[in-house]
Design a protein around this ligand. Structure first.
Ligand code: G3P
Length: 220
């Protein structure tokens, strides 16, 4: 499973790089706006502090404007993946961008039919919004299983990146289903790497026992 971070926080990105698990960074207009720093500077930082792609969302409603914004983003860096909301116009924009060799991620995905259309239009990634699907009273796992089955049936190469995740249980569930990856907010990433009390207790016991061992193995 690939792990991306859904953040503009460089410290979290650096931590994930140190652990060696980071595949890329996703952003959205809200994250970039809340960051308060200049957007261009933020994007430079996100590209500088890790080697993977960075997704940046277009903010137009019109297909032609989405295309133009996508082209601008890709000219800013060819490591930018253009995030396009899966509207009717967005679908068309995805197809136009893909035909120009610009990578895309269909976002704000709530249903397998949207994932299917995005994949057929040529999107490289689709980002289903797990928690938001759940909040609507729908079953996100049924949706993910359906997307996975459909993509397998037709050998579609589009990758499913689970987004809008709010617990480690949801991340584990995504891994069980076998989707390509997940993008995690800072707090969920921190929970994924946090110490389990049982592990700490086990390690403490080993330390106590080691004190009784007769060894110069670790002495310098
Ligand atoms: O990047 C999109 C995703 O982070 C949305 O998450 O928590 O606003 O549903 P959320």
């Amino acid at each position: 499973m690939d792990i991306w971070l859904d953040t503009t926080n460089v410290k979290t990105i650096q931590k994930a790089v140190r652990v060696g698990i980071l595949s890329g960074v996703t952003t959205n207009p809200s994250l970039l706006a809340h960051n308060k720093k200049d957007v261009e500077k933020t994007l430079e930082d996100l590209l500088h502090h890790q080697e993977g792609p960075v997704t940046v969302q277009v903010v137009a409603d019109d297909t032609h404007e989405m295309l133009q914004q996508g082209q601008m983003l890709y000219s800013f860096s060819n490591r930018i993946i253009v995030k396009v909301p899966i509207t009717k116009n967005g679908l068309e924009a995805i197809h136009l961008l893909v035909r120009q060799g610009i990578p895309t991620m269909a976002t704000v995905v709530f249903h397998p039919r949207q994932a299917l259309m995005a994949a057929l239009a040529g999107a490289n990634y689709v980002a289903p919004y797990i928690s938001r699907i759940e909040k609507m009273g729908k079953d996100p796992w049924e949706m993910l299983n359906s997307m996975t089955t459909i993509f397998q049936h037709y050998r579609l190469q589009t990758k499913i990146l689970g987004a809008s995740l709010s617990s480690i249980e949801q991340v584990v569930k995504c891994a069980e289903i076998g989707i390509y990856g997940v993008t995690l907010k800072d707090e969920i990433f921190e929970k994924m790497i946090e110490d389990n009390p049982a592990t700490l207790e086990g390690v403490h016991q080993f330390s106590e026992d080691w004190k009784k061992a007769s060894s110069s193995l670790f002495s310098s």
